[in-house]
Design a protein around this ligand. Structure first.
Ligand SMILES: *Cc1c(COP(=O)(O)O)cnc(C)c1O
Length: 451
């Protein structure tokens, strides 16, 4: 065992070193070599050393170097060293985080981290939550609590009776709602096409004056951090309207919620504490390994009613039972990585990390504008939407960037434009990485102008 773990350590260190020099997206050769995994199911055992070597030889080169310092695709965090190390230890523990009885340490760390998050995000004292696999599941979990709370008002027990014959719930989203909300609604029987859509402004922000009359059978979904522009919906204005009508407000803050910890940026999330539920990813901006997201809810009874389980072999106790808050039952102790980052960085360190990424995004955007690119969004956070104006030229530029391999960012569609989307979300990114990547874009731009 010890020798095998030493090998894994050596191979991991070599992998991380290789990221400095290799292309961000796997080479064509590396992709071809994936054929080495197409073996028949073995009839007889081989050594564990051999399996690990095979995985490293053919698997490592076919990874996307998102753990490195020049991956700007989607909204992808890296893994901070302490999160990496703590996660290894937690894997060694092999805890089932479902119950206090199966893992006292998981139960306690969840309580501690929830308290810290309430404090960091300045959420109401009753706020509780669930540690799930990402923001999609966090949205699902929080919206399940919303569904419960609304139907309970009308004397309907949705967990027991289902939705057939239930009073109708209305769901309001913006035109820029993240697809994961629609997926969550579809899984909850609320339907992704029943939603009422509200128009957005040039930054993708919901326009609150376009909200219809709200009532106590309505869920309004807003976002803190648009996945393209980084823009924030006017959370306070929506919450004020919703609260007087008894509607439920859910905030999808997959990455943007972390802006709340920065004195410079916190105004973007103004009024956040008035919402009913929130989701936030840890595997994006908190830089823990996949897969890790958190659902938060100010109505503990609604969340528990939506998620709790009863079984003859489960005894109730005073300690937190994680499975009463999550869609999953057996699950890994993913809170460990989150706890390790929060404890090590501190409030100040986390704020510094977030602000540094926003500073790097502004440097990148300024350089792009100077070189003649069109930056389509106000760079208020860590996101840049950039193009050459013409869709064909932009697409060709994106392909040239991806062929070059120095950094990776992907295409998006933003308000009718084909554009490149750049996200600065990994602790590993330095100012030198920004300049190096900017140089690549400027060179591609000039080659295009010359031809
Ligand atoms: C990334 C993202 C999600 C989905 O998160 P997963 O962790 O991939 O499930 C939801 N909403 C927003 C705004 C996001 O940026």
């Amino acid at each position: 065992m010890s020798d095998l773990l030493q090998q894994a350590l050596q191979r991991s260190i070599a992998y991380l070193k290789s990221l400095e020099t290799r292309e961000v997206f796997p080479s064509a050769t590396a992709l071809d070599q994936l054929a080495h995994f197409d073996e028949p199911m073995p009839d007889s055992p081989c050594s564990a050393d051999d399996t690990l070597a095979h995985l490293d030889r053919f698997g490592s080169p076919a990874t996307v170097a998102s753990a490195g310092s020049r991956y700007f695709g989607f909204v992808t965090g890296g893994t901070l060293p302490v999160a990496h190390a703590a996660s290894w230890l937690a894997t060694t523990w092999d805890q089932n985080g479902a119950l206090f009885t199966t893992s006292p340490v998981t139960s306690r760390l969840e309580q501690v981290v929830l308290r810290w998050l309430r404090d960091l995000f300045e959420l109401p004292p009753d706020t509780t939550g669930a540690f799930v696999s990402g923001a999609t599941l966090a949205n699902f979990t929080a919206l399940a609590a919303a569904r419960h709370a609304i139907l309970e008002r009308f004397g309907w027990d949705v967990e027991a009776q289902g939705l057939f014959g239930a009073p109708e719930i209305r769901v309001i989203v913006s035109d820029e709602i993240h697809v994961s909300i629609l997926k969550a609604l579809s899984m909850l029987g609320l339907g992704r096409e029943r939603v009422q859509r509200i128009p957005v402004d040039s930054q993708g922000r919901l326009q609150p004056e376009a909200l219809p009359e709200l009532d106590d059978r309505t869920i309004v979904c807003v976002q803190a951090g648009n996945v393209n522009s980084g823009g924030f919906d006017p959370i306070r204005a929506v919450c004020e309207r919703a609260q007087s009508a008894g509607a439920w407000v859910h905030v999808d803050g997959a990455f943007g919620l972390w802006a709340r910890v920065s004195p410079q940026l916190r105004a973007l999330c103004d009024g956040l504490e008035r919402a009913d539920s929130w989701s936030v990813d840890a595997h994006k901006w908190l830089n823990v390994p996949y897969d890790s997201g958190i659902a938060l809810c100010r109505h503990p009874d609604a969340l528990r009613a939506a998620m709790s389980v009863r079984a003859a072999y489960l005894t109730e106790r005073d300690e937190r039972e994680p499975a009463h808050y999550t869609p999953e039952f057996s699950r890994r102790a993913r809170v460990v990585d989150i706890w390790a980052v929060l404890r090590t960085l501190s409030r100040q360190g986390l704020s510094d990390l977030i602000e540094e990424h926003c500073r790097l995004a502004r440097i990148f955007a300024d350089g792009l504008r100077e070189a003649g690119f069109i930056v389509h969004n106000d760079v208020v956070l860590n996101q840049i939407v950039v193009s050459l104006g013409d869709p064909h030229a932009t697409q060709a530029m994106i392909e040239a960037i991806q062929r070059d391999g120095t950094f990776w960012a992907g295409a998006t569609h933003w308000q009718g434009q084909t554009a490149l989307r750049i996200s600065i979300s990994s602790w590993a990114i330095t100012e030198a990485d920004i300049h190096r990547s900017l140089d690549v874009m400027v060179r591609i731009f000039q080659e295009r102008s010359a031809s």
